[in-house]
Design a protein around this ligand. Structure first.
Ligand code: GUN
Ligand code: FE
Length: 452
């Protein structure tokens, strides 16, 4: 099929490319085979024959395609709790609020109800690929994968492992280390089977919750399972003062080094937060190809610090964006793009005005909204080592169609014939688009959502 549209993407960090009225040639597998520009000699011919064959989708002026966003960190079972209980420190929030909620997912019907809604809510905000934490219950996690398949979202799903009886409440933990590892392996095999019926991909993810939840034996076993099946790995790393302290006391090394020693870093690893990664940790991530899920809203509440994305980027660490529902209250990566910029500005300029200017802030920390856009798209694709996040040959056709012109009443943006350069239009979309302006969402060449 052929899709004729205006589109923005960011193949290079800090740069945008505007594709004006191009033809996306998408094959039966949903992969972009070609992108034909208006000055190409075959443009009119390809357009005419697509029209004749009835497989042309065309978007009018005022509609812009953006790559579908890639959310690298969502706790699916925490969705009912989004926006509440954000006033506690991480340890209390986990034990008093989050674990009791996650324990409810022993109930498959409850899981199905929540997960169906969550996948829909994320899709309608333009998020086409999600790296999900489930709960400890494998069968509920399979329900999440099924919700992804049903609604056409690309989902990477992990059954959470938390096996240490000293660290986790009896009502919410794996019954033993052996059980945790056996259930993870069963889950991986089931997911590989489900993936057969998901053209967009649903993938299993090895998921130790974080080092404090797991025994050494579980961490080691999970590293071995990830290697055996060559699957993705996710966890939390260096998130808070409390977590950092725990790992230091237990192993006498950093969180990142400990994860590495258990075989849990690598090209398919994505670690959430990493606000206390430090320079050695950053180098280890860059060397091993481990990526960071940057969750700027959540970090403002639980992270005890701002992730210095600009300097990590310079060290060659892959960084994508995550909402961290419900440590982050918003299901929208648009909100997180903005917070990524705002947090970086506060890091650079300093927030303590009682200090003289030269003692405030961390120089060269600010990022632009265009750089944040790169993290939500191209950066996310690199983090997952999947061909997604860019409009490029051999990449999946994943797109959100944002309509900003006056036909889309009442959801318009300021347009007085001013500030309408290509970059200004994209900036306005990234700062001001509402979910209502996202008119359609495509995943793997298939339209999976419309709001009109
Ligand atoms: N660390 C361990 N579990 C969690 C969680 O659910 N959310 C966040 N933000 N941090 C965690
Ligand atoms: Fe998290």
């Amino acid at each position: 099929q052929i899709i004729q549209a205006n589109a923005f993407h960011s193949p290079k960090y800090g740069k945008i490319e505007f594709l004006e009225n191009v033809l996306f040639c998408v094959d039966a597998k949903g992969v972009i085979q070609d992108i034909i520009h208006t000055d190409h000699p075959d443009y009119l011919q390809v357009l005419a024959s697509a029209k004749e064959a009835g497989n042309l989708q065309t978007y009018p002026k005022g509609s812009y395609l953006l790559p579908g966003f890639i959310d690298l960190h969502v706790h699916a079972p925490q969705w009912p709790q989004a926006g509440v209980a954000l006033d506690r420190p991480l340890y209390d929030w986990l034990n008093q609020c989050t674990f009791p909620l996650e324990a409810k997912y022993a109930d498959l019907n409850f899981a199905r109800e929540v997960y169906t809604d969550l996948v829909h809510q994320l899709l309608q905000r333009g998020t086409t690929t999600v790296l999900y934490f489930g709960s400890i219950h494998s069968d509920s996690c399979l329900e999440l994968a099924k919700a992804c398949i049903q609604q056409g979202q690309r989902g990477l799903v992990g059954k959470v492992v938390m096996d240490d009886p000293k660290q986790n409440p009896e009502y919410y933990r794996d019954s033993s280390t052996q059980e945790a590892l056996a259930e993870t392996e069963r889950f991986i095999l089931k997911m590989l089977e489900l993936n057969q019926s998901a053209p967009q991909g649903v993938y299993p993810v090895v998921t130790p919750r974080f080092i404090p939840s797991c025994t050494d034996e579980a961490l080691k076993g999970l590293g071995e399972l990830a290697q055996k099946y060559d699957v993705h790995i996710q966890s939390h790393c260096s998130e808070s003062d409390w977590e950092h302290e725990h790992v230091h006391t237990r192993f006498g090394k950093t969180d990142s080094q400990a994860l590495h020693d258990f075989g849990l870093l690598g090209k398919k690893s994505v670690m959430a937060h990493c606000t206390f990664l430090g320079e050695d940790g950053a180098k280890l991530f860059a060397q091993t190809g481990t990526a960071i899920a940057h969750c700027p809203i959540s970090n403002a509440y639980f992270g005890n610090s701002v992730l210095p994305t600009a300097s990590l980027q310079k060290l060659g660490v892959d960084i994508g964006l995550g909402t961290d529902i419900s440590g982050g209250f918003s299901p929208s990566l648009y909100d997180n793009l903005k917070q990524a910029v705002i947090s970086s500005r506060m890091l650079e300029d300093g927030v303590d005005s009682t200090k003289p200017p030269e003692e405030r802030g961390l120089a060269d920390s600010r990022i632009s909204i265009i750089e944040a856009f790169w993290h939500a798209t191209t950066g996310g694709g690199k983090a997952l080592s999947l061909p997604i996040g860019q409009f490029k040959k051999e990449f999946a056709f994943d797109a959100q169609v944002v309509q900003i012109d006056s036909q889309n009443k009442p959801y318009t943006m300021p347009d007085f014939g001013l500030f309408n350069s290509e970059e200004e239009i994209l900036q306005k979309i990234l700062y001001l688009a509402t979910p209502q302006m996202i008119r359609e969402v495509w995943v793997q060449g298939k339209k999976v959502y419309t709001n009109h």
